[in-house]
Design a protein around this ligand. Sequence first.
Ligand SMILES: Cc1cc2nc3c(=O)[nH]c(=O)nc-3n(C[C@H](O)[C@H](O)[C@H](O)COP(=O)(O)O)c2cc1C
Length: 93
Amino acid sequence: MLVRLLYCSRAVDTSAQAVEAILAQARQHNPVSGITGILCYGDGIFLQCIEGGRMQVSELYGTIRPTSATATSPCCTSKRSPSGASAAGRWGR
Ligand SMILES: Cc1cc2nc3c(=O)[nH]c(=O)nc-3n(C[C@H](O)[C@H](O)[C@H](O)COP(=O)(O)O)c2cc1C
């Protein structure tokens, strides 16, 4: 089943280098896992929407949670909903 997850979080490292690294990681990893989405950043806050298989989205979200050096602290409730078709298209476009 295709699911869509929307959340926002506060960046721990707000440097341009750190944000670019996250974007590069997403562009490399997400297509391999069949995940599409958007990642927005401004004023220390990320807004991300990811779509893909339930397991793949859960696994990815697990890595984004505050467990590592690039961790974020969630600042709004995440929303996970079944998705009939991809709304985001190809990642990075
Ligand atoms: C807000 C945010 C969004 C991220 N989005 C993605 C993503 O879409 N795809 C991905 O592969 N990694 C993404 N990452 C990066 C992974 O979560 C990263 O591998 C993880 O934070 C582990 O970092 P570490 O190398 O410091 O252990 C994101 C990280 C953050 C903080």
